[in-house]
Design a protein around this ligand. Structure first.
Ligand code: ATR
Length: 285
């Protein structure tokens, strides 16, 4: 009997996981590149997380994405955590190595920066003053990516100041914390503003922020992508500012995982974006 050729397998572990868009975007690439592989939803409860992660090599998985609520807990169940994930304090991508061991990484910081470069190519990290709103998991990735890109200053603003202070301390770099009430004032002189809070998301209150202090060449980014154009982005557009929506970060963060599992570095194209937007539109109907 000849050697059994294994199909490349990957997926996303979450609880619940039915709303994850990752199967749609990886599925698009698998089809586009005619790769004999599959990317599936893995509904794994917190109680079963360790067993599920440990079973990946036996089941023949090349790795998985990890989503809510497992991104932090999973750090205890992999064999090594790369420096980016350690710094962000969360793993969103696992690779099964050739020896069956598990490496955890985080691709959100990469995804944020790649999307920013893609959608706001004239923005320069060097000497930039940036404002980041929020101090949750997404903010950790955004702040880490900005610090690593060499920005001059990150002004971090969060409703709960202590959380922002914690984030600033653990990420390090030129990050200074400001009160939530100072959000509009700290926009003065900034070349980039990023909303990482849930404000502006479908069914959430919108982010109420006067953008008047922003210079005319500033970029306004939102990591929220439902809706695609948040009230913040609409307000920025009305002022003639460049905007970056949140969908691109989701698409770009998937690139390193796909490349590692399926052996081909995929492109983030308008066709992929349209495909995912169509799925989102279908859900809101
Ligand atoms: P994620 O990990 O996806 O970033 P999270 O950890 O729940 O999500 O963080 C949500 C962010 O939105 C936090 O910065 C949160 O502020 P707090 O740290 O004070 O909770 C922010 N946020 C949520 N609702 C908010 C509101 N009504 N006003 C201001 N900030 C809000």
């Amino acid at each position: 009997m000849g050697e059994i050729k294994k199909q490349a397998l990957a997926g996303v572990m979450g609880w619940p996981v039915n709303h994850s868009l990752s199967p749609n975007l990886h599925g698009f690439w698998l089809e586009q590149y005619a790769i004999d592989g599959a990317y599936v939803r893995l509904a794994v409860s917190p109680a079963n997380l360790e067993a599920a992660v440990r079973a990946l090599p036996t089941l023949g998985f090349a790795g998985t994405n990890v989503t809510v609520p497992h991104k932090e807990a999973v750090m205890g169940f992999v064999d090594r955590i790369d420096p980016v994930a350690a710094r962000i304090g969360a793993v969103n991508t696992i690779f099964v190595e050739d020896d069956g061991s598990l490496t955890g990484t985080n691709t959100d910081a990469y995804g944020f920066m790649e999307n920013l470069k893609d959608k706001a190519p004239s923005w320069q990290a060097r000497a930039a003053t940036c404002v980041v709103l929020g101090a949750g998991g997404a903010a950790r990735a955004v702040v880490a990516s900005l610090v690593d890109a060499g920005v001059a200053e990150v002004r971090l603003v969060n409703r709960t100041r202590a959380r922002a202070q914690q984030l600033a301390q653990s990420i390090g770099g030129p990050v200074c914390v400001h009160d939530w009430s100072a959000a509009a004032a700290v926009l003065d002189g900034a070349s980039l503003v990023v909303n990482t809070t849930t404000l502006g998301m479908h069914n959430q209150p919108s982010l109420d922020l006067a953008l008047d202090a922003l210079p005319a060449n500033a970029v306004v980014a939102d990591i929220v992508y439902v809706p695609l154009v948040t009230p913040l982005l609409r307000q920025a557009e009305a002022r003639g500012l460049a905007t970056v929506d949140g969908l691109g970060m989701l698409l770009h963060q998937a690139v390193p995982g796909f490349a590692g599992w399926f052996g081909r570095s995929p492109q983030v194209t308008e066709a992929l974006r349209d495909h995912v937007l169509e799925i989102l539109a279908g859900r809101s109907r």
